[in-house]
Design a protein. Structure first.
Length: 317
């Protein structure tokens, strides 16, 4: 892989790429539980409500309101759209890379009935009072808006998990992140989509596996300074026809659900394979050699992921 990168002359470090596009990378805020975040967050589907503190589920979305339901008590509340903000509660279960109009939500502005809403969330009294205070005085809305972006990249994730489908996500609207994410600031829409595609390619996944910080089994975790040394295709120097060819993958498949990363690799999923093939061709790999190369790459990546998964299983016993 390194030889292909070097020979192409089209690869730069992620830190240099951010400088060229005036982009930036920030970790999502920590410690937000104390502000009553669990009582304020709303998950789009019960399938992704994986923890006991995942309380509110989206039941219906109308033009001006959403209806949410406590998944334990079945109590429902109607909340004005203007009082909620797009949110990603966690990466697990997000099957598409384009999550425009498919995000979770977080209450970030007061509305009539918010006191009862927080009571019915059944978070502890201290967090409930803190949430109500911070929402009413504007502190919480400011935090949400100042810590949002249109692109999210995983900060810490289990690559081998059945519910890990993608490594980065894009939305037409700004999103807040309540989980382990990097908030990626890229103003140019095309560059934002290109970045999202690259992070989800197997060329980048290979980097994630090789350069991962040792945590536990299939978990990956990267410090800021490490990520900035990662390789990325320099999209700012590509001709327009190559840019459009890569973006065609986003337009065709951005909202196509895909299986887990491990399944994608082992089955040679067509969306992944088409993206990887285009990137390799742009990097100078001969058209006749791409399928053979990908077969070997997927084999190596699959073996590594299987090893990591085995370690996870061993430690869980």
């Amino acid at each position: 892989m390194l030889k292909i990168f070097e020979k192409s002359g089209k690869i730069i470090k992620l830190g240099d790429y951010f400088k060229k596009i005036d982009g930036e990378l920030h970790e999502s805020p920590r410690g937000i539980k104390k502000y009553g975040y669990y009582g304020l967050s709303i998950i789009r589907s019960e399938e992704r409500a994986l923890k006991k503190h995942d309380i509110w589920i989206l039941k219906e979305k109308e033009r001006n309101f959403i209806t949410v339901e406590n998944r334990f008590t079945k109590i429902q509340h109607k909340i004005p759209i203007k009082s909620v903000f797009p949110n990603i509660r966690r990466y697990a279960g997000l099957k598409t890379i384009d999550i425009s109009d498919n995000t979770d939500y977080v209450v970030f502005k007061p509305f009539k009935g918010i006191e009862k809403f927080l009571e019915d969330s059944e978070i502890n009294e201290e967090e409930r009072i803190e949430a109500l205070t911070r929402v009413r005085n504007g502190f919480w809305s400011k935090m949400v808006e100042e810590n949002s972006s249109k692109v999210a990249m995983i900060y810490r994730a289990n690559l081998t998990a059945d519910m890990t489908h993608n490594l980065a996500f894009y939305s037409d609207s700004e999103m807040f992140f309540g989980g382990s994410f990097w908030r990626v600031l890229i103003d140019d829409v095309k560059q934002a989509k290109l970045f999202t595609l690259w992070i989800n390619s197997t060329l980048n996944l290979f980097q994630f596996i090789v350069e991962r910080k040792e945590t536990e089994g299939g978990w990956v975790w990267f410090d800021d300074y490490v990520l900035r040394e990662f390789s990325i295709l320099d999209f700012t120097e590509l001709p327009n026809n190559e840019i459009e060819e890569i973006l065609s993958i986003f337009e065709k498949y951005g909202k196509t659900p895909v299986p887990s990363i491990l399944t994608q690799i082992e089955q040679g999923h067509p969306v992944r394979k088409e993206l990887d093939s285009i990137l390799l061709r742009i990097l100078g790999v001969n058209e006749n050699e791409i399928n053979s190369f990908l077969g070997k790459l997927y084999g190596v990546v699959s073996n590594e992921l299987r090893k990591l998964k085995k370690v996870m299983k061993g430690r869980s016993r």
